[in-house]
Design a protein around this ligand. Structure first.
Ligand SMILES: [Zn+2]
Length: 127
């Protein structure tokens, strides 16, 4: 019957945001979701060492999942802004800070906050 700690709230929010972006990119399969869970477990440890980092967790989980997907599936999330040229992934900025965004370094634009990639891509399907 423990009340939910701020630490768990931050982790829960980070998980929800990154899952929303995975759903938007249509890659939220069971094994991908488990990558998010793995990251959340690691970041729980990290946050226990540094509780002030609660605001940074969403950006960190997003980057963890991005790295894990790159090894196993390929680039994610693909840039929805640049219509032409080589497909490229968005990056999280700031890498360590509050209010993380997906940015395209090629176009030099902020695409969406982490967790709102679905609205940025306008529900366009890549298939
Ligand atoms: Zn781009």
């Amino acid at each position: 019957m423990d009340p939910i700690s701020p630490l768990e709230q931050a982790l829960h929010a980070a998980r929800a945001l990154v899952l929303a972006d995975l759903v938007a990119g249509q890659v939220a399969e069971a094994d991908v979701v488990s990558l998010v869970e793995e990251s959340v477990v690691e970041r729980r440890w990290w946050l226990e060492q540094w509780p002030d980092g609660a605001d940074y967790v969403a950006g960190l989980v997003a980057q963890d999942v991005q790295d894990a997907l790159l090894e196993r599936y390929g680039r994610w999330p693909l840039c929805p802004v640049c219509g032409a040229g080589d497909p490229h992934a968005l990056d999280v900025e700031p890498e360590l800070g509050p209010d993380p965004h997906w940015v395209c370094h090629k176009a030099g634009v902020k695409v969406a906050s982490v967790g709102t990639l679905g609205s940025a891509t306008g529900g366009k399907s890549s298939s």
